[in-house]
Design a binder for this molecule. Structure first.
Ligand code: SF4
Ligand code: SF4
Length: 358
């Protein structure tokens, strides 16, 4: 028995220039901290099993000595148990590409650095080699990160390697601007799930948040993705509350109307991670109350909901202070949250979808 982490022992995360154990970090990577490093300057080199686990075990040995690697310090994934000592990987995250056909105001991809490019190493040979060496366990989880998977060059090949043949449970966030028939097949025939952050119920708000005029395309893709009972159940429609953009009940109700029309039952309510960060995770009560109200309305309409972000979950545990008369009045006047500084947060230039056709 010792304290350790399942992902540290059996996980891999592919970034565009490093290979790490996970993509989590108690202090967000934006603040400069990276998760346990396995390979620096990584560009898709083929890796041998013994070398890989030697590096993994270096981090694990810190836990075995009763200590904790500094990268994992106070991570909520740490737990005490009778860990197996077998050499396998069953939790993979791919986030080495950043190409995207949207330009969401809340995107955490560092566009200045990666320039939304498809010009990254090929991951397929690496994963094929891992499979051949018996490193990747059947039934593992494959999480896609990075940019927009449906326009990533190895999308179909990766779905063939892991999803279509049911080798892995695959989790794909997609903006659904481009419909992928292969992704639909994986959802319909295998264990592949998509998360679509629609964040709105109208074309106007969509355009403000995603900064591309593709609302109708997304709705059309969603109709196809939701065309069978199994594929419908594989969709999770997400509403990220973005301060001053969609932080009101009337937009959320329009979002619910769309979900109902599509027959999608699984919803996620979240808050923009960047807002959480800049406020040092002190989320304004306005948003906590708003999220709870949204949740109540959705549940009343028979949706299945979850709060996705752990920032939010943490906040939900806290006692909510009741607004006094004047605050209530102020909120009534503004109807939505108003904060000049927060508005400023979203005014910045980044490379965007205007560089790419969709
Ligand atoms: S403890 Fe946290 S930071 Fe460390 S490997 Fe596990 S998930 Fe990553
Ligand atoms: S869909 Fe939006 S959040 Fe996702 S990668 Fe593209 S710009 Fe970023």
């Amino acid at each position: 028995m010792y304290k350790c982490c399942k992902i540290l022992k059996h996980g891999l995360c592919f970034f565009n220039d490093i290979l790490t154990s996970c993509c989590f970090s108690p202090v967000d990577q934006i603040d400069g901290q990276v998760p346990p490093l396995l390979y620096d300057n990584y560009n898709g080199q083929i890796i041998e099993k013994d070398d890989l686990f030697e590096r993994i075990n270096k981090h694990v040995s810190v836990f075995k000595k009763g200590s904790c690697p500094k990268e994992c310090n106070s991570c909520y994934h740490i737990e005490e148990q009778d860990w197996d000592e077998e050499k396998y990987i069953d939790y993979i995250t791919i986030t080495h590409f950043s190409i995207c056909n949207a330009d969401c105001i809340y995107c955490t991809n560092n566009h200045e650095l990666y320039e939304r490019t498809n010009n990254t190493y090929k991951i397929l040979p690496v994963l094929k080699s891992f499979k051949e060496q018996g490193i990747i366990k059947k039934g593992c989880e494959l999480h896609i990160g990075g940019g927009e998977f449906t326009i990533y060059q190895e999308c179909d090949d990766l779905l063939d390697l892991f999803a279509i043949n049911n080798y892995a449970r695959v989790f794909v966030p997609t903006n659904a601007i481009k419909y992928s028939e292969k992704l639909f097949q994986a959802m319909d025939k295998a264990t592949t799930y998509i998360i679509v952050s629609l964040d709105c119920g109208s074309r106007r708000t969509f355009q403000k948040i995603k900064r591309v005029d593709a609302f109708n395309k997304v709705i059309n893709s969603l109709k196809k993705y939701a065309s069978t009972e199994k594929s419908r159940d594989a969709i999770r429609l997400k509403y990220i509350i973005i301060p001053t953009y969609n932080d009101n009940i009337s937009e959320f109700k329009k979002f619910l109307k769309i979900a109902k029309k599509l027959g999608v039952r699984n919803l996620i309510i979240d808050i923009d991670a960047r807002y959480s960060r800049v406020t040092n995770y002190k989320i304004d009560n306005y948003f906590i109350n708003l999220a709870q109200k949204m949740n109540e309305i959705a549940i009343k309409q028979n949706f299945i909901t979850e709060f996705y972000s752990f920032y939010f979950q943490n906040t939900n545990d806290k006692k909510i202070e009741q607004d006094n008369f004047f605050i209530k009045l102020k909120k009534k006047i503004y109807f939505k949250y108003f904060d000049k500084d927060i508005k400023e947060l979203y005014k910045h230039h980044r490379y965007g979808a205007k560089r790419f056709k969709y």
